[in-house]
Design a protein around this ligand. Structure first.
Ligand code: ATP
Ligand code: MG
Length: 139
């Protein structure tokens, strides 16, 4: 098993629902360690930069409007296979398809408002962590 770091966002729908504490507790109870955490409110431009890989997709404008619509909690999680573990805990992108008990099933409303983000590979994790955190902020 590889010890990894991954990047996580508690999206504006989930902060509005008031489940930040529950989501963080879930990650910790599943064995992921919080290396860094902060609450931010992304501008539209910051959201566009974060999701640049999806620029040009039909849902890009809706996605970046949503991500800049309210505060988020951004985090760095660390643990064995942290990237795939985080995605397992989150569940499928569309809450309708997500397994029972996953964060997206519990707290997501639909594919556009799906409560959490998690990096999908080591390369994207590194880029996404560096987009929001300085190396000196990871402990
Ligand atoms: P995330 O990157 O947010 O962790 P993901 O990796 O499961 O989600 P991606 O394919 O990277 O899914 O899509 C990024 C986000 O764009 C999704 O979380 C979702 O909110 C939104 N999205 C993806 N596909 C659609 C779609 N067909 N319609 C509306 N929104 C979509
Ligand atoms: Mg993704």
């Amino acid at each position: 098993m590889a010890n990894e770091r991954t990047f996580s966002i508690i999206k504006p729908d989930a902060t509005k629902l008031g489940v930040v504490g529950k989501i963080i507790a879930r990650f910790e109870s599943e064995g992921l360690r919080i290396c860094a955490v902060k609450k931010i409110h992304m501008s539209k431009r910051v959201a566009e930069g974060f999701y640049a890989v999806h620029a040009g997709r039909p849902f890009f404008d809706e996605l970046t409007d949503f991500m800049s619509s309210g505060p988020c909690v951004v985090m760095v999680l660390e643990g064995d296979n942290a990237i795939s573990e985080n995605r397992r805990i989150m569940g499928a992108t569309n809450p309708d398809d997500a397994d029972e008990g996953t964060l997206r099933k519990l707290y997501g409303a639909h594919i556009g408002n799906n409560a959490v983000h998690g990096s999908d590979a080591p390369e994207t994790a590194a880029v996404e962590i560096a987009y929001f955190f300085a190396g000196t902020e990871l402990h």
